[in-house]
Design a binder for this molecule. Structure first.
Ligand SMILES: Cc1cc2nc3c(=O)[nH]c(=O)nc-3n(C[C@H](O)[C@H](O)[C@H](O)COP(=O)(O)OP(=O)(O)OC[C@H]3O[C@@H](n4cnc5c(N)ncnc54)[C@H](O)[C@@H]3O)c2cc1C
Length: 453
C-alpha cells in the first residue's frame, strides 16, 4: 500500500516508521514550517498528573509513556530518554494533596509511575531550587529529547524504504496529495474564530485545555497538575500586542524566507537527503496520514471538514550550568508556572509560555521575560547559568476534547491535537495512525478520538 504522511513532527515520523516497518510504501512530506512543536518541546513524560476529568486523554497519554521503553529498545539510539523522576513542588504542602490523591487513585492501573513519596527538601535533588519548597516525588517520570526521537524515527523509516520530501502538501477534495515548494496553507474563517476567542480572553491559557476548562481551573482542585498552565497569574505575561496580531497569517509560502525552496532545517541535516520539489506535483497514494500539527485544519479543509485544532505558542529557554552534572536531575513541576528539567551536557531547560496568538512562532522579549522571571523565582540558583538557546513552537491544541485519531473519509487518517503532551504520546499516536491507515485493529478504543459529527 502507498501511504503519504503529511508532517514529520514526532507524530508523522512515528507513523512513517510504523507504516514502513509493516511494508507500506511511504512518502513523508514536510514543509519545514517555522514553529514545529516537536523541535521546541521540553521533553517531560509524566502523564499521571493531568486529565483527571478526561479518561480518553489520560488513556492516550499514559499509553504513550508506557510505549517509550519498547521504542527506545527498537530504535537502538540515544533518544535522551531517562527515567529521572519528577518533583511536584509547592510552597504549601496542602497544595499537593489533590494531586497526591489523584496519583494514589491511579497507581493500581499505572504502577509504572513508581512509589510516590514526599520529599521535604527538594533542593537536595535539584540544587538550584528555592528554599522552603516541599515536593512529591514521582519516580517513574522520564525526560526525552523530542528532536532525537523524531530524527531516529525518520532515519529508521528511511532505512525501511520511506522517502522524505520537502514541500507544502495540500489535499484535494478527493484526498489526493498535491505537493508544492511554493504552496500556501490558507487559514479559514474557522481558524480565525478559534484564534479570536483566545484574543478576547487576552491571556495565556485562555482556551480550554484539552478535555478541561482553562484558566479558571489553574488552582487544580481536581488534582490536575498540568504541563501547560500559564506562567503568570496576571494578564500581562503572554499577552500579544496588536502589532503581533497583525503579523498573524497563513503559514508562509516561503518557509525559509529566502525566495528559494528550503531543503531542510539544520537539525535534520544528518538525515537522509530530502528531495525538494521544484514544481507542483501529485503524489500517488492509497492512504494519506495528516500529522501536520497545528496546521492540520488547513491541510484537511479541502475535504470539507473543520478540524477543531489551533496553535498554542510555547517559548522555552535552554541554559548551561558549566561544570555541573545535570543529567540525572529530576523534572521539577510546580502547579502553575515554569517547569525545569536537566539533560546531559550541563543543560537545564526552563519553560514554557502558553500563548494563544495564532500562527506566530516567534521568540518575544515578553515571553522570555516571563519564563526567566518565573524560572528564577522557582530556582534562584540558575541565575548564573548561561543562556544557550531559545526555542518556540506551536502546540496543536484540540479545542475542548482529546486528541484526534480518526479516519476522515475513505483515504485520510488524521492524527493531531496532542497539545502539551505530544512528546509523551506522539510516538504511540503515530503507531495508532499507522494501524488505522492499514486497517489493523487498534490496541486502544479509538471512538473518543473521532472528529465531532
Ligand atoms: C514549548 C513546548 C514545550 C513542550 N513540552 C512538552 C513536554 O515536555 N512533553 C510533551 O509530551 N509534550 C510537550 N510539548 C508538546 C509537543 O511538543 C507537541 O504536542 C508535539 O510535538 C506535536 O507533534 P506533531 O507531530 O503533532 O506536530 P509538529 O511537531 O508541530 O509537526 C507538524 C509538522 O507538520 C508540518 N506541516 C504542516 N503543514 C504542512 C503542509 N501543508 N505540508 C507539509 N508539511 C506540513 C510542519 O512543518 C511540521 O513539521 C511541548 C510543546 C512546546 C511548543
Amino acid at each position: 500500500m502507498r501511504v503519504t504522511v503529511i508532517g514529520s513532527g514526532i507524530v508523522g515520523a512515528s507513523a512513517a516508521y510504523h507504516l514502513s516497518s509493516r511494508g507500506a510504501d511511504v512518502v513523508v512530506v514536510d514543509a519545514d514550517l517555522e514553529g514545529q512543536a516537536t523541535a521546541a518541546g521540553a521533553g517531560i513524560v509524566c502523564p499521571w498528573v493531568d486529565h483527571p476529568e478526561d479518561d480518553a486523554w489520560y488513556a492516550l497519554a499514559r499509553s504513550g509513556a508506557r510505549h517509550y521503553p519498547e521504542l527506545v529498545e527498537a530504535l537502538g539510539e540515544d533518544l535522551g530518554y531517562e527515567r529521572v523522576g519528577a518533583l511536584l513542588v509547592a510552597g504549601d504542602p496542602a497544595e499537593l494533596e489533590p494531586v497526591r490523591a489523584l496519583l494514589a487513585r491511579r497507581h493500581a492501573e499505572a504502577p509504572e509511575m513508581g512509589e510516590v513519596t514526599v520529599v521535604p527538601d527538594p533542593a537536595r535533588l535539584f540544587p538550584p531550587l528555592a528554599e522552603g519548597l516541599t515536593a512529591i516525588h514521582v519516580p517513574g517520570a522520564a525526560r526525552v529529547d523530542g528532536r532525537a526521537v523524531r530524527d531516529a524515527l525518520l532515519r529508521a523509516a528511511v532505512r525501511q524504504g520511506a522517502a522524505l520530501r520537502t514541500g507544502v502538501a495540500t489535499l484535494t477534495a478527493g484526498g489526493e496529495v498535491l505537493l508544492s515548494a511554493r504552496g500556501e496553507v490558507p487559514l479559514s474563517a474557522g481558524d480565525e474564530a478559534l484564534l479570536s476567542a483566545g484574543d478576547a480572553a487576552g491571556t495565556s491559557g485562555a482556551h480550554p485545555a484539552p478535555g478541561g476548562p482553562g484558566r479558571a481551573d489553574v488552582a487544580g482542585g481536581d488534582g490536575s497538575w498540568r504541563q501547560a498552565a500559564p506562567l503568570s497569574g496576571d494578564d500581562t505575561g503572554s499577552r500579544t500586542g496588536a502589532w503581533e496580531r497583525e503579523a498573524r497569517g497563513p503559514a508562509p509560502e516561503d518557509p525559509a524566507g529566502d525566495g528559494a525552496p528550503a531543503e531542510t532545517v539544520a537539525t535534520r541535516e544528518s538525515l537522509a537527503t530530502r528531495e525538494t520539489v521544484a514544481t507542483r506535483e501529485t503524489i500517488a497514494a492509497d492512504m494519506v496520514v495528516v500529522a501536520a500539527g497545528a496546521w492540520s485544519g488547513a491541510v484537511c479543509r479541502p475535504l470539507g471538514v473543520e478540524v477543531p485544532v489551533f496553535p498554542r505558542r510555547g517559548q522555552i529557554v535552554h541554559a548551561a550550568l558549566d561544570g555541573v552534572d545535570t543529567a540525572g536531575w529530576p523534572i521539577v513541576l510546580p502547579h502553575v508556572g515554569p517547569y525545569l528539567l536537566g539533560f546531559p551536557g550541563s543543560r537545564v531547560v526552563v519553560g514554557a509560555t502558553v500563548e494563544d496568538v495564532g500562527f506566530v512562532p516567534r521568540v518575544t522579549m515578553g515571553g522570555l521575560e516571563e519564563v526567566l522571571r518565573a524560572g528564577l523565582r522557582l530556582a534562584p540558583g540558575l541565575a548564573g547559568a548561561t543562556v544557550t538557546e531559545t526555542r518556540v513552537g506551536l502546540r496543536p491544541v484540540r479545542a475542548g476534547g482529546p486528541p484526534l485519531l480518526c479516519r476522515v473519509g475513505e483515504r485520510v487518517v488524521l492524527a493531531t491535537g496532542l497539545s502539551a503532551y505530544g512528546l509523551t504520546a506522539g510516538p504511540f499516536a503515530g503507531l495508532l495512525a499507522a494501524r488505522l491507515a492499514l486497517g489493523e485493529p487498534s490496541p486502544l478504543d479509538l471512538a473518543p478520538y473521532r472528529l465531532p459529527s
